[in-house]
Design a protein around this ligand. Structure first.
Ligand SMILES: Nc1nc2c(ncn2[C@@H]2O[C@H](COP(=O)(O)OP(=O)(O)OP(=O)(O)O)[C@@H](O)[C@H]2O)c(=O)[nH]1
Ligand SMILES: [Mg+2]
Length: 308
């Protein structure tokens, strides 16, 4: 008789997990550019989420799973909290609200290199009623007194369960952070199979890697005016054939994106393809098409169609 793997819900009865095992959801929230996606990648030791020097890089909830002997932490990376000015940003804030609602514990990430102007974040935290851990990031780039002052300001405003100081970019302080988070999670067997890293399809990550290059290679409003959809993804024996559409907000942006003689789009495609190949470990043939969808960022039907 063939061996049949138990379905996931039978993990409860698995003898492999100690009675002290903890598992749950950790929502990483904070202002734009605090380093949330960098932290997710550092904890997972894998580039799952795109991260750039520009604010509002992340637009979706990104789920990443860390499975260790003592605990399984399901991280939810989220868009930076802002006052929304158009419908795309409203959808981004809904992703934050959903994540705080799903979380067992909130990880409030604060950037030590700028003043702790966190009122908007605290509003989400209060509304969720969830316990929170304060994590001060970028301590590699800030003095001890500054870090202490941020700590004092934050703990005066919110009753955090734990406090940690880290550098997500350098990977320092992460063991202490994981221990602090573990203490806040409920006793539970794993929620996901221990070898699973995420739950989004590959084509989602492919579209994100293209968007990351748009954030890195174009100035001003272009990154904020674009979205990327994968129109076809065919796996063949030797390579993946991917067609991606870059959607822009206005006709004038199409020319900027393509550049003289198509040079800019070519450079974008080359860099994105390299990143995609790193993610999948396979060769890719990437073709990019630019489309104008007037004011897509403010139209519900487009936003839904593009996954927001
Ligand atoms: N010096 C320093 N820079 C960092 C650290 N962590 C992140 N950064 C930088 O901060 C910038 C923003 O990082 P992201 O991870 O994209 O920030 P985010 O919070 O996900 O940003 P949004 O998705 O826009 O909300 C990038 O340029 C990172 O390299 C750190 O520990 N030290
Ligand atoms: Mg991010």
């Amino acid at each position: 008789m063939d061996f049949i793997e138990p379905p996931n819900d039978e993990l409860n009865d698995s003898p492999e997990f100690s009675p002290g095992h903890r598992a749950g959801f950790v929502a990483i929230i904070g202002r734009p550019n605090a380093g949330k996606s960098t932290l997710l990648n550092a904890i997972l030791e894998f580039k799952l989420a795109i991260a750039t020097h520009k604010a509002q890089t992340t637009r979706h909830q990104i789920l990443g799973i860390l499975s260790e002997a003592a605990h399984q932490m399901v991280f939810l990376d989220t868009p930076g909290i802002i006052e929304p000015e158009y419908k795309l940003q409203e959808a981004m804030m809904q992703a934050v609200a959903r994540s705080t609602k799903d979380a067992d514990v909130l990880l409030h990430l604060v950037d030590a290199t700028r003043p702790a102007d966190e009122e908007r974040v605290w509003k989400y935290m209060h509304a969720s009623g969830k316990p929170a851990v304060l994590v001060i990031n970028k301590v590699d780039a800030a003095g001890d007194e500054v870090v202490d002052a941020i700590k004092a300001a934050c703990t005066a405003a919110f009753a955090y369960r734990e406090i940690a100081a880290i550098s997500a970019a350098r990977g320092t302080g992460l063991d202490e952070l994981k221990m602090a988070l573990g203490r806040q999670l409920p006793l539970s067997p794993p929620l996901y199979p221990p070898d699973q890293l995420s739950e989004h399809p590959v084509r989602f990550f492919v579209s994100e890697l293209i968007r990351e290059q748009i954030f890195l290679q174009y100035a001003q409003e272009i990154p904020y005016s674009c979205t990327v959809t994968i129109s076809s993804f065919k796996e063949e024996e030797k390579m993946d054939h991917i067609h991606a559409e870059i959607i822009v907000n206005r006709d004038s942006q199409k020319g900027i994106l393509i550049g003289k003689g198509g040079m800019k789009l070519k450079k974008l495609g080359t860099k994105a393809r390299e990143q995609i190949e790193q993610l999948t470990g396979r060769k890719a043939n990437l073709q990019l098409f630019v489309k104008v969808r007037e004011k897509w960022r403010d139209k519900d039907s487009y936003l839904r169609g593009y996954g927001y």
